[in-house]
Design a protein around this ligand. Structure first.
Ligand SMILES: [Mg+2]
Length: 167
């Protein structure tokens, strides 16, 4: 039996970008990622997050605007191996007129009927409704506060969801 998928956003869950800008949260380290020409992005990352994520009974997959760049800039700092990522193509950041997040439809298609958890700071009730309508298997849309990032209780919720899935 295969594991459920865990779709992982970077900005919000791993990088608590909305924390007080002048104060890095405790336990975090700062990187400056020169992803595009111009000013590098300042990113806060927690070196313990990788081990905690790898300890969960999921198959991890990036679901982030960083796409493949997450393997270069984020994975080594948080302690994750290279992971597959969802390629959002030309729908990256594309706004919809139905309030559904631009990632949602693509994640549902990518999951192809497998149970999944989606860890992000931007889902809404429109996404819950979309997933309930279009995804036949259990799904957990787990919201993380971008002021604080992933914490122990988030990992507990993810563990419980996986444990509750039918064999
Ligand atoms: Mg985000």
């Amino acid at each position: 039996m295969s594991r459920p998928l865990l779709y992982l956003d970077v900005d919000g869950p791993l990088n608590p970008y909305a924390a007080k800008p002048e104060r890095r949260p405790e336990g975090y380290t700062t990187i400056r990622a020169a992803v595009r020409p111009g000013r590098p992005l300042r990113v806060w990352l927690h070196p313990g997050h990788g081990a905690a994520l790898l300890g969960l009974p999921y198959e991890l997959c990036w679901a982030t605007t960083w796409m493949g760049e997450a393997n270069r800039w984020i994975a080594p700092v948080v302690g994750l191996p290279e992971l597959p990522y969802v390629d959002f193509g030309d729908r990256l950041l594309a706004l919809r007129n139905d309030q559904v997040h631009w990632k949602t439809e693509i994640l549902v298609a990518h999951a192809a009927g497998r149970p999944f958890a989606w860890v992000d700071d931007e889902q809404s009730s429109a996404d819950e409704a979309y997933v309930a309508r279009h995804h036949p298997a259990p799904a957990l849309l787990h919201h993380v506060n971008p002021r604080v990032g992933l914490r122990e209780d988030d990992f507990t919720v993810l563990e419980r969801f996986a444990a509750g899935l039918p064999e």
